[in-house]
Design a protein around this ligand. Structure first.
Ligand code: JFZ
Length: 603
């Protein structure tokens, strides 16, 4: 009986049975598919190009869940707080009473927009409606909106649109097009914890709520840069396309992200905190959050430092993307002070290095030892994450000619072209800023080798993304740390034979010595299996030790336990080297290898 019901509503939606399987996983929120994670490259439409020059944006998750702050009836739900209605299985009738006490009197649109500006951001995207279905704007379509139900009675989207227009910040709206836990025809609730409405009609929900509300959002708030859709779920190609068409029709410059589903957006949104290792073509953004939740959670003070945020921003820009960083204002409409302080510290750095971030693009280099490079026209910006103790900053593999080098402070730096590359002489003391930037002017357009160069004196990593694989494959291992707090790591898996290998080829420009560690995860089956490291022609066996993997976990995909095993010291002379690892026996085939780490003996 139950199956029949499921089949008939899926048939009505024109969905396949495989979608049905994904749907039942979706019921517990534990499948990666359900969250709309996808692979593939979006080249990006013409109208999306502005995002390339708008490298840093503020993401805001704000709604009724902010009032709850991760707590319901004395229970704290660790994880992403905007999912609390589902986590705590709050009945719709009770959830609909929350607006009565939602009175965010501290909300000040001007302050929020000023914070984005202070942080060095150029655009802002805010939740107009999240999965709980509550409209944070005045909506004639649905009475479940902030203006008609809360004592607050104001339309924060209106106030933000005015403040953004005044300050020249582009405004975009997040809109949950599939999940709507307050609608019988929406995805989520009524087929889940309340188990009602076998006659759910997703099309009817789209027609009666989504399309009209998108129309409201795109006609009543002036220019809207983006509609940020999310978790496509059962969206058909036709439905996705119709929404994109509507956005394009109502907002000549408005764009849609890839989470509309079915590959029809204007640009690509990568998974949380997903930063590609190498430059990635197309128009894309990485969304990330300041702590481990998107909406406000009273207990979560696990904030990334300003330095970490600046590094992530640089990494994203150096690969050609945009960085969208989230904050969760509380139920009073206040952005926590800690976050404000961190963002202003980041902003101080961004404002000092405008050229190196906004308008700059991806690096011409492969992986570099000391940091990352961004580039614009004939200028290279060297973001030095690890300052060279000996005052020699080596730029290896550069094919263009340098005309001058300087610090952001304006201090000129000597440089010389030597066998190891262009060597820039920098002060031994690290300049006092989050990330020092060395500006290099070239005589011609930037051109460089994409090879990896390993330099002495810096911690470096040989990552799986840059390994050549034979008889094994690269897999993104995903798991949730806390609920909805997705983490992912590329690993080499599926070792097929004892000839299978992961090989890194890299260059060395002066004699170096490192400790070599392998980072991996393995279960009891792989415990003490024999593996082999080859450095050029030398072979060294090493064991893979059980890291305590388990197959099961109450919450979603298993939690992998990566650890380092120190293989030992390696000494390398100038030249091209290959380093490769292989399982020496079948017992090791299940191990998952994340990276090789090189650590100078003094660090
Ligand atoms: C979604 C939402 O469910 C969540 O509440 C939040 O709004 C976040 C920004 O987006 O969650 C996702 C969706 C996709 C991925 C991760 C979380 N993903 O592809 O990695």
């Amino acid at each position: 009986m139950k199956q029949k019901i499921a089949f008939s509503f899926l048939a009505a939606l024109g969905m396949s049975l495989s979608v049905q399987a994904a749907q039942s996983d979706a019921a517990d929120g534990n499948s990666a598919d359900m969250w709309g994670q996808q692979d593939g490259i979006f080249l990006g439409t013409e109208r999306a190009q502005w995002l390339k020059d708008s490298r840093f944006g503020l993401f805001v998750h704000w709604g009724l869940y902010s009032e709850l702050g991760g707590q319901w009836k004395d229970t704290t739900y660790f994880g992403i707080s905007e999912w609390i209605m589902k986590r705590a299985e709050i009945p719709v009738a009770e959830y609909r009473k929350i607006p009565e006490r939602f009175d965010p009197v501290d909300f000040d649109a001007g302050d929020w927009v000023q914070l984005a500006k202070d942080a060095g951001m150029k655009h802002m995207k805010i939740t107009a409606k999240h999965h709980d279905g509550f409209a944070m704007f005045k909506s004639a379509t649905s009475p479940f909106n902030i203006v008609d139900t809360s004592p607050f009675g104001r339309d924060p989207m209106k106030e933000l649109s005015e403040a953004c227009a005044e300050e020249g910040i582009r405004l975009g709206f997040y809109y949950s097009q599939s999940f709507d836990w307050n609608e019988k025809d929406g995805i989520g609730n009524f087929h889940d914890w309340e188990r009602g409405a076998p006659d759910r009609d997703f099309n009817r929900y789209l027609a009666n709520k989504v399309f009209p509300q998108i129309r409201e959002l795109l006609t009543q708030y002036g220019p809207i840069s983006t509609v940020w859709f999310d978790t496509p779920g059962p969206m058909t190609p036709e439905q996705s396309k119709a929404l994109v068409d509507l956005v394009h029709e109502l907002q000549p410059e408005g764009i849609v992200n890839s989470r509309i589903g079915n590959g029809v957006g204007d640009y690509e949104t990568l998974g949380d905190q997903d930063i590609p290792r190498l430059p990635r073509p197309g128009v894309w953004e990485t969304c990330d959050t300041t702590n481990d939740t998107w909406g406000y959670a009273y207990y979560d003070r696990n904030f990334k430092s300003a330095r970490e945020i600046a590094e992530r921003l640089v990494r994203v820009v150096s690969r050609g993307g945009s960085y969208l960083l989230n904050v969760g204002p509380d139920g009073n409409g206040k952005i926590p002070d800690d976050i404000q302080n961190i963002l202003r510290e980041v902003g101080k750095w961004v404002h000092t290095h405008e050229e190196a971030i906004h308008g700059a693009d991806s690096t011409p280099f492969g992986p570099l030892a000391w940091g990352e490079v961004t580039a614009r026209d004939k200028t290279l910006f060297l973001h030095v994450f690890q300052w060279p103790e000996d005052g020699r900053l080596i730029l290896p593999g550069l094919e263009s000619t340098v005309s001058q080098a300087r610090l952001t402070s304006g201090q000129w730096l000597n440089f010389a072209t030597q066998e190891e590359g262009v060597v820039i002489t920098v002060p031994k003391a690290k300049p006092d800023e989050l990330i020092p930037v060395v500006i290099v002017e070239l005589k011609d357009a930037p051109s460089a080798s994409r090879d990896q160069y390993v330099l002495g004196g810096f911690k470096q990593t040989l990552e799986t993304a840059t390994a050549e694989l034979s008889g094994a494959e690269l897999k993104e291992v995903k798991w949730m740390e806390k609920f909805g707090d997705w983490k992912h790591v590329d690993s080499v898996v599926g070792w097929e034979t004892t000839d299978a290998s992961a090989t890194w080829t890299f260059k060395v420009v002066e004699p170096v010595s490192f400790y070599l560690d392998v980072e991996y995860t393995a279960g009891v089956e792989e415990d003490n299996s024999e593996w082999e490291l080859r450095i050029n022609d030398e072979t060294r066996p090493f064991p893979i030790i059980d890291t305590g993997e388990r197959d099961t976990r109450a919450m979603g995909p298993e939690l992998p336990r990566y650890r380092n095993y120190r293989i030992g010291i390696i000494d390398l002379q100038p030249g091209t080297h290959t380093l490769s690892i292989s399982p020496s026996e079948a017992a090791g085939f299940g191990a998952r290898i994340k990276a090789l780490h090189l650590t100078p003996s003094g660090l």
